[in-house]
Design a protein around this ligand. Structure first.
Ligand code: BV8
Length: 238
């Protein structure tokens, strides 16, 4: 397997998806055939789902909190945290994942574009800031309330909602000279467009995963394999 050379001039942007957490035991969206307990993912990850059945949505996210709480980062997460320690300001990790395995591995230069599992916020957008929340909510009666009295909702970007920190992400992509994408099927936008934006800016683009993503043609380099097996030996920083 070849290595990816990172020079002193390189500005590195990393995008990860559910695949990097697969070896930590957290199921990907596709592996679940897009289903959770018989529900289509899109049916529990939308504002309409929340309006229709907030209790089911909290059961979905409580189950994911329970699984993620027990999960440990794998060598793929640790390799990215090591790369950050070597590159400092010349590195940013953008994740589509809502679990906290990148943080558990030591990543700090990190943006969760689709929100965070262990954060809740006011469902009425009253202006109260999002708050850390590890609680499990099996029924609506258990769900904590905002200071304004409204129900808390997961601080998650659902389908149809605007991803977080897009201005910052767009700037970082435009200045990147190398984009590394790990473990994402390229099925959700705007994340699936990031590789195209990087190519337009002349960056080298590398994909790591066991199967080709939908946007495979946009990558200058595809490394077939599992993140936990490939990433530790892939990157050579000079
Ligand atoms: C927006 C949080 C406007 C929820 C998520 C028609 C055409 C184009 C777009 C649309 C359209 N209709 C609607 C849209 C927009 C929509 C969209 O893209 N829909 C899709 C279904 C077509 N997008 C939105 O609504 C987004 N908002 O567009 O707002 C806007 C746009 C720009 C700027 C401002 C405003 C919001 C989408 C966010 C939804 N929330 N997550 C939660 O987690 O509960 S999405 C969720 O699914 C993930 O976060 C991720 O983004 C996405 C796909 O998941 P992946 O991470 O890719 O995982 P997946 O299972 O698909 O693939 C796993 C991969 O890992 C596989 O390739 C596999 O091979 C690999 N793998 C497996 N094992 C390993 C591995 N890789 C490495 N190692 C391993 N061991």
């Amino acid at each position: 397997m070849s290595t990816i050379e990172i020079t002193a001039e390189d500005q590195v942007f990393v995008l990860t998806g559910a695949g990097i957490s697969a070896e930590s035991g957290l199921p990907t969206f596709r592996a679940a055939d897009g289903l959770w307990e018989g529900h289509r993912i899109e049916d529990v990850c939308t504002p309409e789902a929340w309006d229709r059945n907030a209790e089911l949505v909290w059961q979905f996210y409580s189950a994911r909190r329970e699984a993620a709480e027990k999960a440990q980062p794998n060598p793929g997460h640790l390799a990215l945290a090591k790369l950050e320690s070597e590159l400092g300001e010349r590195y940013l990790l953008c994740t589509q994942n809502v679990d906290n395995l990148h943080e558990k591995a030591g990543s700090r230069r990190l943006v969760h574009m689709h929100g965070e599992l262990f954060t809740s916020r006011c469902s009425e957008e009253c202006g109260e800031p999002p708050q850390t929340d590890h609680a499990l909510y099996p029924t609506l009666a258990n769900v904590a309330r905002c200071a304004c009295g409204a129900l808390l909702r997961p601080h998650i970007v659902w389908f149809g909602e605007t991803p977080l920190e897009m201005d910052w992400i767009t700037v970082e992509i435009r200045r990147s000279t190398l984009m590394l994408v790990v473990g994402t099927s390229g099925s959700v936008y705007p994340a699936a467009n990031f590789v195209h934006w990087a190519r337009q800016g002349g960056a080298r683009t590398v994909y790591v995963g066991p199967e080709a993503p939908l946007n495979a043609s946009a990558f200058t380099h595809v490394v077939t394999g599992k993140a936990g097996e490939v990433l530790p030996g892939l990157l050579s920083v000079s």
